[in-house]
Design a protein around this ligand. Structure first.
Ligand SMILES: Cc1cc2nc3c(=O)[nH]c(=O)nc-3n(C[C@H](O)[C@H](O)[C@H](O)COP(=O)(O)OP(=O)(O)OC[C@H]3O[C@@H](n4cnc5c(N)ncnc54)[C@H](O)[C@@H]3O)c2cc1C
Length: 461
């Protein structure tokens, strides 16, 4: 039976757009549906608008540093409405580019919600269409903890992009990368910021030295951290329109705005997965095999809806690999190993490969660690700007298993280090690379003295 399309993609975010566009350029007849905004989370309520706000916060810090370098400057205020207009115009421009890319590649576009009717049939915009293969790329969405009394008084990350005025006081709940990034952004823009999280250290899953250094840097900058604490309830404050937060130890925080950054969940609700037989994991993500095929052979799932490594470059890489596999006569899989990533806190973090704890669980490792004040801040004297750089090296092979940095330009630096780690570079490869002077990055190739050993017990077991 002929199908209307070779491929139907549900969701026009990073993963879906890349998969649709590349499949079409391989000659497939492709349709794609998007119910909300082309470009998905990344372009509209994620990486792009967030990074513009990170840039805005950095300007404030540079202005504050400038007098130390001889400049006479006057810092006379920040207008979130102005920034929001510039940011939204850039997002609109990118939306348009995504639409044009898809049309240029010959994809049929549906600006409507799509759901599954059977393994080859999709309901979209009041119509039924068929496809030989279907790709689900519906992403994720922020979770509002409904069990928390007063949760409706808090914002989720999507809501932050609707703010037109800066809250005088912001409380962030959660210490994942999204919560921490917004804590630093709003602190940099001039809000008073509190963070509440339930572990002793922020950023669970990252290397411990980086987590410790980040906690210190936040404290030094005046971001108050309430740990290890959870929320008991949120109430409206009398009169002023603010919110009173009650913590599990009874302590109270009065604030003007609350960001609930306690997690995201895969966007699967109402897609018709059960009826068609597509199974989900216990955490609600779509279950896929190594080729991103679901439990229904004609249906695939990619990106955040599979909840594997929720990053834009991963979503596009997987979407591209699937398109090449299905229609490009080039079966391949995108690797989830050694994916470099950044956290745009202040200072930012860059990381690639294994943490010390993960590596040490596998065998003995040598740790090289340095902490220093970057040259700029020897002059600016700005507090909370110490850089930390760390290499985790396998004792047996001498391969660099992980590289971690907290400090200015960490994201830019880690992209290059990521290539070396993915190629299996050894510590000696790092050592014989000549540094670029004077930079912070050169520390990665001048870490001569081992700081400590770890993982010896794992080796003995
Ligand atoms: C605040 C924030 C900051 C982030 N910062 C970074 C960062 O700095 N770097 C980074 O790499 N990643 C970052 N991410 C993560 C990144 O945005 C995601 O990993 C990425 O967008 C996932 O792409 P996706 O295509 O899987 O899903 P999405 O981009 O979420 O796209 C899914 C699309 O599907 C649509 N959709 C859903 N259901 C249907 C349906 N039934 N029919 C039609 N359309 C549907 C949605 O409207 C959406 O547009 C950030 C995320 C957030 C929330």
């Amino acid at each position: 039976m002929p199908f209307d399309y070779d491929l139907f993609v549900i969701g026009g975010g990073s993963a879906g757009v890349r998969c649709a566009r590349i499949s079409a350029t391989h000659g497939a007849k492709v349709a794609i549906a998007e119910e909300r905004f082309w470009g998905g989370t990344c372009v509209n309520v994620g990486c792009v608008p967030k990074k513009i706000m990170v840039n805005a916060a950095e300007y404030g810090q540079w202005i504050a540093d400038a007098p130390a370098f001889g400049w006479t400057v006057q810092r006379s205020g920040f207008d979130l409405g102005h920034l929001a207009a510039a940011r939204d115009a850039e997002v609109a421009r990118l939306n348009g580019i995504y639409g044009k890319l898809l049309q240029g590649a010959g994809c049929t576009i549906f600006e409507a919600r799509a759901t599954l009717a059977d393994p080859h049939t999709i309901e979209v915009g009041g119509r039924r269409v068929t496809a030989e293969r279907i790709v689900i790329a519906t992403g994720g969405k922020p979770v509002r903890p409904e069990e928390l009394p007063g949760a409706e008084l808090g914002m989720v990350s999507d809501d932050l992009f609707e703010l037109k005025a800066l809250p005088r006081r912001l409380t962030v709940v959660g210490s994942g990368y999204i919560g921490l990034e917004f804590a630093c952004i709003f602190h940099g823009l001039g809000s008073e910021v509190d963070i509440v999280y339930r572990n002793e250290l922020p950023l669970r899953g990252f290397d411990v030295d980086i987590r410790v250094a980040l906690k210190e840097a936040l404290t030094t900058q005046g971001i108050r951290q309430h740990v290890p604490r959870q929320l008991a309830r949120l109430d409206r404050a009398d009169g002023e329109g603010g919110v009173v937060i009650t913590l599990d130890n009874g302590a109270r925080i009065e604030t003007d705005a609350v960001l609930l950054a306690t997690g995201r969940t895969p966007n699967v609700h109402g897609l018709g997965l059960d009826a068609v037989g597509v199974e989900c994991t216990a955490k609600g993500a779509i279950e896929v095999d190594e080729d991103h095929r679901t439990t229904v052979p004609s249906i695939f799932a990619i990106g955040d809806v599979t909840d594997k490594l929720n990053l834009t470059p991963m979503a596009t890489a997987v979407g591209h690999a699937l398109a090449d596999t299905l229609f490009g006569r080039n079966p391949r899989q995108a690797s989830y190993r050694n994916v470099p990533t950044a956290v745009f806190t202040s200072p930012p973090i860059g990381t690639v490969g294994m943490t010390e704890a993960d590596a040490a669980a596998c065998g003995p490792v040598d740790i090289y660690l340095t902490r220093f004040t970057p040259m700029r801040h020897s002059i600016s004297r700005r507090e909370g700007r110490k850089a930390v750089m760390k290499l985790v090296v396998c004792q047996r092979t001498r391969c660099v298993l992980g590289a971690h940095m907290l400090g200015e330009d960490a994201a830019e630096i880690m992209q290059g280090i990521g290539i070396a780690v993915a190629m299996g570079a050894t510590k000696e490869d790092f050592d014989r690379t000549i540094g670029i002077h004077p930079t912070a990055a050169e520390e990665f190739v001048t870490l001569r003295t081992r700081t400590r050993e770890a993982g010896l017990r794992a080796a003995a077991e």
